[in-house]
Write a protein that binds this ligand. Structure first.
Ligand SMILES: *Cc1c(COP(=O)(O)O)cnc(C)c1O
Length: 429
């Protein structure tokens, strides 16, 4: 490390020379992993710029509309760009989709009718989706209340049980769902190829069953996306990877035209579909974020690899392992104790550019069953493509680290988090 940088870390952040040397040494072991990420970044950058060229994106497309939002050219081009990038027939991309959960909920509610069967083949879905489906909590309007049947196939050693799918498919199975990312579990994210194999398996049993992918945290980590390997519909959040840290809010849903039409009719109203809905002047930030997304995502995943390397060198179980293929930006660390999780999350908060003077504490969160501690000091509230860490307060005390708009910021998070753990006597180098 450059001597000016070292001096600054020591004097302004109170990081010891020993800690700097430790992290720098660990970083030296992962530099080779960054090359492949740079290649993927380059590919996705060109793909996105090409889509912007194809729709003739122009400066006037960033203007506002009002009222019903009819003929919002910027909104229409944004949705066309998403279709081109994800290679689908159609897309719904709106700032008014409140979150990833909302995008996924709209997708499920748009496609499923009473009496239909929904099957998750990647075990229990993400916490918030459990409430959407109705397997946890008893929220009004959940899918089970609406007369939808639900089953899930547990993973076997963290892998999709391909041979177990056929037996779980019923006459009325309408939709199979696959979650790409780790979520709050202890398995690595599924690669796009693995997702493709699972989709082929489902289609070989019954080609009329739709396959949906929860692509949260997975975008732009590969040369392909699951929609290129047969997923009929896919959804994610704009305050994760595809918003590039710039999108103010929103979600996207991409897929088959007839599915997007049904989903859009849920998002607005039957008959209105995609033709209305104000974008409140967010087109520029949504698209500038998409433009930056390959870069930002690669910075974040480099940070995740550094976190994985450092904590595995200290003897902690990490998921994914340092040299596993990355298919999301999450790095899970099994801390085994609430004190360590809290010290780690506090360190990430201390490194934030915004709200660094606050201390995160575990609390109830809407949509989550356990108390969750969320370290997030972000420019966009709750944005987890920015440096963040969260942890449901339950055994075996995993912390989930993700995001970081720049690699140096991720590294600062590592320095401060380790420093906190050292100061509290919870680890030793
Ligand atoms: C983040 C996430 C979601 C949606 O979460 P929101 O906070 O509502 O955007 C859904 N599934 C997975 C796997 C996620 O990581």
């Amino acid at each position: 490390m450059n001597i000016y940088t070292e001096k600054l870390l020591i004097e302004d952040f109170g990081i010891s020379k020993e800690l700097i040397d430790y992290v720098t040494n660990q970083e030296g072991k992962i530099i080779d992993n960054f090359k492949e990420l740079d290649d993927i970044k380059e590919f996705n950058q060109y793909k996105i710029v090409k889509a912007m060229h194809d729709v003739k994106l122009g400066a006037t497309d960033f203007n506002w509309t009002t009222g019903y939002g009819y003929n919002d050219v910027g909104r229409e081009k944004t949705e066309e760009i998403y279709s081109l990038v994800f290679k689908t027939e159609d897309a719904l991309v709106r700032p008014t989709i409140a979150s990833g959960t909302h995008a996924l909920s709209l997708t499920l509610n748009g496609i499923l009718l009473p009496g239909d069967h929904l099957l998750s083949i990647t075990g229990s879905p993400y916490d918030t989706l459990q409430q959407v489906i109705g397997i946890e909590g008893n929220e009004a309007g959940n899918l089970i209340e609406m007369g939808i049947e639900y089953d899930e196939i547990p993973l076997i050693d963290g892998q999709i049980d391909l041979d177990g799918i056929e037996a779980m498919i019923k006459e009325n199975t309408k939709l199979v769902t696959i979650q790409r990312s780790t979520g709050y579990s202890d398995r690595r994210a599924f690669s796009v190829d693995e997702i493709g194999q699972a989709i082929s398996k489902v289609k070989s049993i019954n080609k009329d069953i739709y396959v949906m992918v929860d692509n949260c945290y997975g975008e732009f980590l590969d040369y392909k996306e699951p929609t290129e390997l047969g997923a009929d519909v896919m959804a994610g959040s704009l305050i994760k990877n595809p918003g590039g840290g710039i999108a103010l809010s929103g979600g996207y849903i991409v897929g088959k035209e007839k599915l997007i039409e049904r989903i859009a009719n849920k998002a607005t109203a039957p008959g209105l579909g995609k033709d209305s809905g104000l974008t409140f002047g967010t087109t520029r930030t949504t698209l500038q974020g998409l433009f930056l997304a390959p870069l930002i995502t690669s910075e974040a995943v480099k940070g995740a690899i550094l976190v994985g390397q450092v904590f595995s060198s200290l003897g902690y179980n990490v998921v994914p392992k340092v040299n596993d293929i990355r298919s999301d930006i999450i790095q899970a660390i099994e801390f085994g104790s609430p004190e360590k999780v809290e010290a780690f999350c506090k360190g990430i908060q201390d490194a934030a550019a915004v709200d660094a003077h606050f201390t995160p504490i575990a609390a109830e969160m809407p949509g989550y069953e356990s108390h969750v501690i969320m370290a997030s000091g972000s420019f966009i509230e709750g944005s987890s493509i920015e440096l963040s860490a969260d942890a449901p307060m339950r055994e075996p005390y995993y912390a989930y680290y993700q995001g970081g708009l720049t690699y140096p910021h991720c590294k600062l998070g590592v320095f401060i988090a380790l420093n906190n753990l050292l100061k509290d006597g919870l680890i030793s180098l």
